[in-house]
Design a protein around this ligand. Structure first.
Ligand SMILES: Cc1ncc(COP(=O)(O)O)c(C=O)c1O
Length: 282
């Protein structure tokens, strides 16, 4: 089933107006929520970020966040989702095409589930990443539907045989095309501060909490490309990539080119949080 505004409908009934502003302008926001063993992971944090994104683009959702949270849980149950994701977006709705906000349009909410296995092999072996200039707009803190900058960066990385693009503005590393970046330098984890240049990832926050619990020093401070390439360990984090080791950047090994011990400890703690979520639902 698909959630369309306040109704659960079959996929064939879930249609989009050709004048929907999400479709024409990317005028909307979204969230991707991980589900483990039928239980949504960090759902309240995703919903709080969604509410913030909505406020920042001055978009009124069709109904309140509490009701939406209930409906997301219901969608997971209706679709008997085990391991997977919920994709959810809200657009400014359909109206004759003009840039300014339409007076009479109603926002349109859609959400669906998708089965997705954990990327276990990549989590074990690590991935290769590719560095590329960050060409995106200056409000990367909003989880906006406008993803062309990220799409182009990711494809550039894939074309080079890499799984993720690491973005930099000039010398400064910002984040991944669809992830946040942490570099272990001199025994301290560095990640870009949560300002307008990055999306404050829900996984990023969760990993920062884990670092605190494990007494691993962490600083929300940007690093340069040069520092990143000299890091002892490197990870990217996201809802679907979890705590993903990066073992090489543009063909240059990070550390000794294998997954480091600090990364493994983070992965173990993150796994424990996942297991806790999955156990709660069973
Ligand atoms: C640009 C960007 N940064 C960071 C992230 C990670 O965010 P989260 O951990 O909430 O999935 C994403 C996720 O898609 C992203 O697109």
């Amino acid at each position: 089933m698909i959630l369309v505004n306040d109704r659960f409908v079959e996929r064939t009934e879930a249609t989009v107006d050709i004048e929907d502003r999400g479709y024409q302008f990317g005028d909307g926001v979204y969230e991707v929520i991980r589900v483990y063993g039928g239980a949504p992971f960090l759902l309240d944090e995703h919903m709080a970020r969604l509410a913030r994104s909505l406020r920042e683009i001055r978009l009124e959702p069709p109904y309140g966040i509490d009701e939406l949270t209930d409906k997301i849980r219901r969608l997971i149950t209706l679709n008997a989702l085990g391991d997977g994701i919920v994709y959810l977006q809200i657009t400014r709705g359909a109206s004759p095409r003009t840039h300014g906000f339409p007076k009479n349009a109603h926002s349109v909410l859609t959400a669906y589930t998708q089965t997705l296995d954990r990327p276990l092999q990549a989590l074990q072996e690590g991935i290769r990443a590719h560095l590329t200039e960050d060409i995106r707009w200056l409000r990367c803190d909003i989880k906006s539907l406008n993803l062309l900058g990220s799409v182009l960066a990711k494809q550039e990385a894939l074309d080079k045989g890499c799984a993720e693009a690491i973005l930099h503005r000039g010398k400064t590393v910002t984040e991944g095309s669809a992830s946040n970046v942490f570099a272990l330098i001199g025994g301290v984890w560095f990640t870009h501060p949560a300002n307008h240049l990055i999306l404050d990832g829900i996984t990023r926050r969760s990993v920062l909490r884990i670092m605190q619990e494990l007494d691993m020093p962490a600083k929300e401070e940007a690093v340069t490309v040069e520092q990143l390439l000299a890091a002892e360990e490197l990870i990217v984090t996201s809802t679907t990539q979890e705590v993903m080791p990066v073992v090489a950047v543009d063909g240059r090994p990070i550390g000794d080119g294998s997954v480091g011990p600090w990364t493994r400890r983070l992965q173990e703690a993150f796994e424990a949080a996942i297991r806790e979520t999955a156990n709660r639902s069973s």
